[in-house]
Design a protein around this ligand. Sequence first.
Ligand SMILES: [Zn+2]
Length: 234
Amino acid sequence: MYYPYFYDPTYILVLIGMILSVAASAHVNSVFSKYSRVRSRLGATGADVASRMLLINGINDVTVRHINGNLTDNYNPMNHTVNLSDTVYGSTSVASLGVACHECGHALQHANGYLPLSIRAAILPVANFGSRLGIPICILGLFLGNAGYTIMNIGIWLFMFAVLFQIVTLPVEFNASHRAVRWLEESSTLDPEELKAVKKVLMAAALTYVAAAAASVLQLLRLLILFGGRRDDR
Ligand SMILES: [Zn+2]
């Protein structure tokens, strides 16, 4: 039996995913903006603290750079750069220091060959392909009669890689935050009160990845309900 793809009851799964993502994003924005107004007692900027964390951990092939935008911070393993946004690079807030050290956490993972990071890099090309074309391929299968069942299964498998990527991202993100908090504590960069604030900011940021992973699992569930397990039923 065929369900029309765009207006079917399983669309609720997509809606739940969207709501989770919007809520997580609103939450991180509000927590980040709250702790962006709390200056750290040390008075060092995100860029200063990031450079120091890299240096003390023996990472000397990574550069700290400024990039435009808000919450666009990232670690780029291709050119070994920690890229810090407008609100992090030159800011002395506890939120900024937390984000700056989180990105350095990724640089440390890269330097130490942290396994989930390597898995993520290995599946990235297929995951990109699957997240863009998995669903269109399933829909294409609908129009191809019996030959379409194989096409639909290929679409589902490709989309599974996109979901797997989102799931493997979770340990990568939580571990980078863990490294950041541990270093900020061990180096006495922040006091216990400031550390509590950093944990809140990084947890809120991690929840956006949890929401994204949940949304992609729900989307996969929908594909399985609509297109999965189909056989020749002439
Ligand atoms: Zn991260």
